[in-house]
Design a protein around this ligand. Structure first.
Ligand SMILES: Cc1cc2nc3c(=O)[nH]c(=O)nc-3n(C[C@H](O)[C@H](O)[C@H](O)COP(=O)(O)OP(=O)(O)OC[C@H]3O[C@@H](n4cnc5c(N)ncnc54)[C@H](O)[C@@H]3O)c2cc1C
Length: 398
C-alpha cells in the first residue's frame, strides 16, 4: 500500500462490502451449513475478484494485492468479522499458507499444477502434519514415512485434524524421508499428494463440538497406504519440510490473530448492543451492572492492546524477517487466543440463554474457535518460549 490513507479507504470499502454482501449469508450458514451458501459465496468471490481484492495475502507477482504483512493483517481483521470473510477473498487457512509456501518453493511444474488453480480459487487444498498417535505439539515425533523407491516415494501414515481435507484437490503431507538424519529437523519432507491418488483414504470428517464439518469448515482423519508419490512432487529439498513449515508459521499467526481480533470486535459490538438495550426492569439495562461493565471495559482495553502487539510483531517481520520476531509471535499467539475466548464467553454470558442458542454467531464461534489455543502451537508451548527467553536474560540455563 502506498499510503495510510489509501489503506484506510480500502478497509472502509471492504467493510461496506462485507456488511452488504457477506453478512446477509450468515444466517443460512448457521442454519444449514456451508453447502447451503455455496452458490451465493461463489458470486461474492467473483465480485471480490472483479474489485481487485482477490488473494490479498499474496504478492502482486502471484496475483495478489502485494500488501505488507501488517497491512494484510488489518484487512484480515475486517474480514474476520464474518466466518465467510476470508473464504470470500480466498485468503482462508489452510489454503493461504499453502499458497505462500508454494509461491516460495514450487518448481515450474508444481506451480502450474497446484499453485495456479489454488490461487484462481478453482481448487482447495489441505496440510497434513498432525498425527493421532505421534506428531502433535512436538511435530518432530513423526511416524509417517515416505521411503524413496526409484523415482518416487512410498508414503505411509495416519494423519488427523487436516483442515479442509473434505473436498480438497490435494494435500501437502509431512513425512519422514530421511529418518536417520542426525538433526531431527532434517528428517521430514513436504510432499504434494492429490487426494484422489491410489492409497489415500479419507477416513472421516471429525465431529467437533456438535459440528460434523464440511468443506473448508472441516477437519479430517486421513490414512496413506503405500501411496506412490513421484519425487517431482516433493516441495523443496529433501529433509527441508520443517524449515519450510517454519516459514509459514510467523505470517500464519499474524493472519490468525488479526482474524480473531475481527471476531472479538463483532462479539464486543453484540455484547454492548445487548447490554445497552436489554432491560432487567423498566429503565434498568443490563449494562447498569458492574460485572457487565467490567466485561465491556476489559474487552475494549485488551482488544486495543492486542492489536498493537500483533501489528508490532507484523512490522518486525516486514522489516527484519520472522526470526527477529520469534518471541513476539509466541506472545501474540497465546495473548490473542485467551482474549478471543474471554470476549466470546463474556458476550455469551451477557446474552443469557440467547447466547448459547444458534440464533447468533456467538455459539458458532465458540465451537469453531475453541481450537485457537491449540492449533499452530498450544498456548503452553508459546508461553514457554516467552518465559525461557526472559529467564535467560536473568542467567537461567534454559
Ligand atoms: C481446529 C484445529 C485445526 C487444526 N488444523 C490442522 C491442520 O490443518 N493440519 C495439521 O497438521 N494439524 C492441524 N491441527 C492440529 C494441531 O496442530 C495440533 O492439535 C497441535 O499441534 C497440538 O497437538 P495435539 O493435538 O496432538 O496435542 P498434544 O501434543 O497431545 O498436546 C496436548 C496438550 O498438552 C499440552 N502441552 C503440549 N506441549 C506442551 C509443553 N511443551 N509444555 C506444556 N504443555 C504442553 C498443551 O496443553 C496441549 O494442548 C488442528 C487442530 C485444531 C484444534
Amino acid at each position: 500500500m502506498e499510503s495510510t490513507a489509501s489503506l484506510d479507504t480500502l478497509l472502509a470499502e471492504v467493510r461496506s462490502f462485507l456488511d452488504e454482501e457477506i453478512v446477509p449469508l450468515e444466517k443460512r450458514l448457521m442454519a444449514d451449513g456451508l453447502s447451503a451458501v455455496k452458490a451465493d459465496l461463489d458470486l461474492v468471490r467473483t465480485a471480490v475478484k472483479d474489485a481487485g481484492w482477490w488473494c490479498p495475502q499474496l504478492g502482486a507477482e502471484h496475483g495478489g494485492m502485494g500488501l505488507s504483512l501488517e497491512d494484510f493483517g488489518r484487512l484480515s481483521k475486517v474480514l474476520g468479522r464474518s466466518p465467510l470473510g476470508h473464504l470470500a477473498f480466498n485468503c482462508q487457512a489452510p489454503d493461504a499458507g499453502n499458497m505462500e509456501i508454494l509461491a516460495d518453493h514450487a518448481t515450474d511444474s508444481q506451480r502450474e499444477t497446484y499453485l495456479e488453480p489454488l490461487v484462481a480459487g478453482d481448487v482447495r487444498s489441505c496440510f497434513a502434519m498432525t498425527e493421532p498417535e505421534h506428531a502433535g505439539s512436538n511435530p518432530k515425533h513423526m511416524s509417517a514415512t515416505a521411503e524413496p523407491d526409484g523415482d518416487a516415494y512410498v508414503l505411509n501414515g495416519h494423519k488427523w485434524f487436516t483442515t479442509g481435507a473434505d473436498g480438497a484437490a490435494f494435500t501437502i503431507v509431512m513425512a519422514e524421508t530421511t529418518p536417520d538424519a542426525d538433526n531431527p529437523y532434517r528428517r521430514a519432507s513436504m510432499l504434494l499428494v492429490p487426494m484422489d491418488a491410489d492409497g489415500v483414504e479419507h477416513v472421516r470428517t471429525i465431529p467437533i463440538m456438535g459440528e460434523r464439518g464440511e468443506g473448508w469448515l472441516s477437519h479430517s482423519e486421513l490414512r496413506f497406504h503405500d501411496v506412490r508419490v513421484p519425487a517431482a512432487n516433493r516441495l523443496g529439498p529433501e529433509g527441508h519440510g520443517f524449515s519450510i513449515a517454519q516459514e509459514r508459521l510467523g505470517p500464519g499467526r499474524i493472519h490468525h490473530c488479526m482474524r480473531w481480533l475481527g471476531i472479538c470486535e463483532r462479539a464486543f459490538e453484540m455484547m454492548c448492543e445487548r447490554a445497552a438495550t436489554r432491560e432487567l426492569s423498566p429503565g434498568t439495562p443490563l449494562g447498569s451492572k458492574q460485572s457487565v461493565q467490567n466485561w465491556i471495559a476489559d474487552s475494549r482495553a485488551r482488544i486495543d492492546a492486542a492489536e498493537m502487539l500483533v501489528r508490532d510483531a507484523a512490522r518486525t517481520i516486514d522489516r527484519d524477517g520472522q526470526r527477529a520476531a520469534k518471541v513476539d509471535i509466541s506472545k501474540i499467539k497465546y495473548y490473542v487466543a485467551d482474549l478471543l475466548h474471554d470476549v466470546l464467553d463474556w458476550a455469551i454470558q451477557t446474552h443469557g440463554a440467547l447466547g448459547v442458542t444458534d440464533d447468533t454467531l456467538l455459539s458458532f464461534w465458540y465451537r469453531h474457535e475453541r481450537g485457537a489455543s491449540i492449533y499452530d502451537g498450544p498456548s503452553e508451548v508459546h508461553r514457554e518460549v516467552v518465559a525461557k527467553r526472559i529467564l535467560r536474560d536473568y542467567g537461567a540455563d534454559l
